[in-house]
Structures are given as structure tokens and as C-alpha cells.
Design a protein around this ligand. Sequence first.
Ligand SMILES: Cc1ncc(COP(=O)(O)O)c(C=O)c1O
Length: 388
Amino acid sequence: MIAKPDSKTQGFSTRAIHAGQEPEPATGAVNVPIYASSTYVQEEIGKHKGYEYSRVSNPTRDRLETNLAALEGGIAAKVFASGMAAINAVATMLKSGDHVVAGHNLYGGTPRLFNQVLANFGLSFTYVDTSNVKNVEKALQKNTRLVFLETPTNPLMELCDVHAISDVSHRHGAEVVVDNTFMSPYFQRPLELGADMVIHSTTKFLNGHSDGLGGVVVCTKAEQVEKLAFLQKAAGAIMSPFECWLILRGVKTLAVRMEQHDRNGRKVAEYLARHKKVQKVFYPGLPDHAQHKLAKKQMTGFGAMISFETGSLANANKMLRKVRVCSLAESLGGVETLISHPATMTHAAVGPEGRRKIGITDGMVRISVGIEDVDDILADLEQALAAI
Ligand SMILES: Cc1ncc(COP(=O)(O)O)c(C=O)c1O
């Protein structure tokens, strides 16, 4: 029997390729099989090989959960049918009467879930600018159980200090959850900074190929794992074995993809910052970003997510109609460059007043820089921006 890789001492890429991805024992297949089985045969009542029904557990899913826990440095992970299903699972670990402090600029679907669904079940939410830890401290109440953060935020690219916010939240008895979708565990590991759980939309960088939806919650405590396993069984929003397999495959190249995303991201941000028609660029890797110092301390790369201001809805539309290498589409984190319009896409649900309050304008464009040849991306942006 070959010894299992030690997920604590091995490097990131080794863990991405091997943690949970050991050869399949029956045949030696180097790739984890897709166990497309809803149920498992039992020898006698209660005697089985650890699997009874795939809503409860599935071997392909187990392997992915082991892998993602190793990448974030958690004790275990639980995967769900989408990023939103993962966020919903975390929120439904709470009880009626509990309070959540959340960042004021999250992916638009998150406050939609909080305000339009979960508030109807007795949870309450306070939204603050989490770029300042004092705002979080002021918002904490006796019944605050959770502090929900995104860093960098979507699409304003504001950071929050995970270490400082974790300290203050823990003193008040609240746990900290970080949506780490934008950075991936390759560039940022919130659990090492003191957070209690990490969530991802695996739809994005972890999968990396824009061909499947999913979500994950990575845990630091046995009670969290137990509650989430119960929610998988009770509520059933689990990830399918096929989607698990896509992510197991995608994650093997996470490190090399993220390096290339980051190299291209920096070049695109610098290009946009120099462009006369671009009024402002939001990217933590630029020295004039208000939290550039924190970015260097908290992250090991700046990533591929950039927002920029074109001045008006008409300007945004003029350029977005012209892109050819970049694809005008929602989502992010794929190998292809995706360009989107937050006000009408990801943050439409926030409403015009909500967007105005936090500074998402109609002229803002968000780009998820892919891993194509960067000169082709730059040439495409050049010809598209010429339309303004
Ligand atoms: C930061 C972030 N979190 C969560 C989600 C939701 O993930 P999904 O679309 O997989 O449900 C998204 C989707 O765009 C996102 O950008």
C-alpha cells in the first residue's frame, strides 16, 4: 500500500494533484472515478462499505471534499450544488433570532438570499463597510453569530483585514466566514488568518473551465462539519458526482492557472490604469489601491479580477459590444477572459439605490482576466475602448 501524501507538509501543487486523488484501489486508475450510483448494496441490514445513499455520501464527493479541505488548510470540507447553496447551508446552520454582520459589497446573490429569503425565517443582517474593522466591531450585537466577508469584494475590490476582524469577532463570540472565490486558496488562505470557515463558488477558479456549478464550505471545527453533513442529508443541495469530478480535474492545474491569471491580471490592470478613456481602475495590485499594503500582506498574488470605470452606461455598452477575445458574460475564474457589467448582471438584484450607496456605477465594467496570450487580450481591449 502506497503511503498517503501528507497534506500538511507537501506543497500546494502536490496537494492539489494528490490530496484525495490517490489512485483508485480496485483498478489503479490514476483519476478518481465518477461513482454514478444513487445507492449501495448492503450485505445484511446495516452492514455496508460506508456508503448507503448518495445524498448522504458518495465516493467521488468524498475525494473532492478531502482535496478542497487540504487546499484551504481546514479539517474537512462539504460540497454543494452551487456557491449559493454553500452560502445557504452556512446561513442555515444558524437559528431564528441570530444576527449576521456582512460586508456591504458582496456578490449580489448573497444579500438577495439573506434579505429576500432568510430574513423571512427570523435571521437578521447588518451590512457594513468591512474595509474598516471598527465598522464590524460597532455592528456586533449580543446575538451576532456570524460575520460574513468577501475580500476582495465583488466588484469594488475592497479588502478586509481577515486577521483583525477574526480577532474582534471571536472576542464577541461570533464566527467568521470568508467567501474566498476571487482569490482561490492558491493566493489567499483565510483559515490561516483566523477565519472559522471558508466558502467558494467552485464554479469559478477552482473548476476553472466554466463548465460546471458548485460550492464548498471548508471547516475548522468538528461541530461545523457535523452540522453541514446533516444539512447535506436533510436539505439535499449536494454536488453531483460528475460536477465533483470536473473540479477534481480542474483543481490539478489551479496553481499554474492562477500564476498565469495573475501575470495577465497585472498587465491588464497597468494597461487600463494608463488608458485615457478609463477613469478609474479597481485592482489591489496597483500601488494606488487604498489597501495595496494589506493586499501584499494578506495575499500571495493579486489575481485576475479587475473593475474599471468607463463613465456611463452608454460608454460601457459601446465597448462591451466590441469585444471579441473577451466574452461578454456573467461569471469569472475561467481560462477564458470574461467581461461583465455589474449594474445589470451580478449586482442587478442590489437595486439602483443599493448600488449608488456603495459606489457601483452604471459605467463600471468588471473583467476576469483569462489565461490567453496577454497581448491578444490587450489588443482586444484597445480596439473595444476605441469605441467610446
Ligand atoms: C464571490 C461569489 N460568491 C458566490 C457566488 C455564487 O456562486 P454560484 O454562482 O456558484 O452559485 C458568486 C457567483 O458569481 C460569486 O462571484
